[in-house]
Write a protein that binds this ligand. Structure first.
Ligand SMILES: N[C@@H](CCC(=O)N[C@@H](CS)C(=O)NCC(=O)O)C(=O)O
Length: 195
């Protein structure tokens, strides 16, 4: 079996995605905890921007969280975390694209209060984003069906970040319950324990 080393940073939402997949699929791995301000020479040699997460697989390296999660899902046995139908797989990648771009941009602006005068508008934008998640969860307990999948794993670390911002009380009920159910999984407990 390949030896896996994940260059990670405990609080990084992108690294949490990868660690969730490793834990959900019970894949053995070790963590090289990085400092974002002072990345290791190994990371700098393997990643053009010195970012985490980066996964070393024997002598090779891959980065970009969703590239890593899809690789792990395909390369390792156990129930797949991706839907089998090509259209559903495309929709899974659209969830990822959307959270990486629109949701994250508004979340970061809201979190860092930039600009302060726009907080009300940013909250409305975030409420619209959350309504998209809530709508999906009206049809099924997870974003793409009955079981946890890569769409959930890619989206939840950012909803978790929002839930931790002081005074945020506008996460709709199904989205909140979905988040709580993921945070209560043994895999997430292991992710948090093993940084
Ligand atoms: N698109 C990348 C984003 C990774 C990313 O931005 N990681 C942050 C930590 S959460 C990082 O390494 N920042 C350090 C830097 O940009 O120099 C992914 O999906 O893996």
């Amino acid at each position: 079996m390949a030896s896996l080393i994940l260059h990670s940073y405990r609080r990084c939402p992108f690294a949490i995605r990868v660690r969730m997949v490793l834990e959900e699929k019970n894949i053995p791995y070790s963590v090289a905890e990085e400092s974002l301000a002072n990345p290791s020479p190994e990371l700098l040699a393997l990643h053009p921007e010195g970012r985490v997460p980066l996964l070393r697989v024997d002598g090779r390296a891959i980065y970009e969280s969703s590239v890593i999660t899809e690789y792990l899902n395909e390369a390792y046995p156990g129930p797949s975390l991706a839907p089998s139908h090509p259209m559903a797989r495309a929709e899974m990648r659209l969830w990822t694209y959307w959270v990486n771009t629109a949701f994250k941009a508004d979340l970061d602006a809201y979190k860092y209060r930039k600009p302060e005068s726009e907080i009300g508008t940013l909250q409305i934008l975030l409420e619209l984003h959350l309504a998209k998640i809530e709508k999906a969860l009206e049809a099924s307990p997870f974003l793409q069906g009955k079981t946890l999948g890569l769409a959930d794993i890619h989206v939840f670390p950012f909803v978790r970040q929002l839930s931790k911002v002081n005074g945020v009380d506008f996460i709709p009920s199904k989205t909140y319950a979905w988040l709580e159910s993921i945070l209560a999984r043994p895999s997430f407990a292991r992710v948090m324990a093993k940084a």
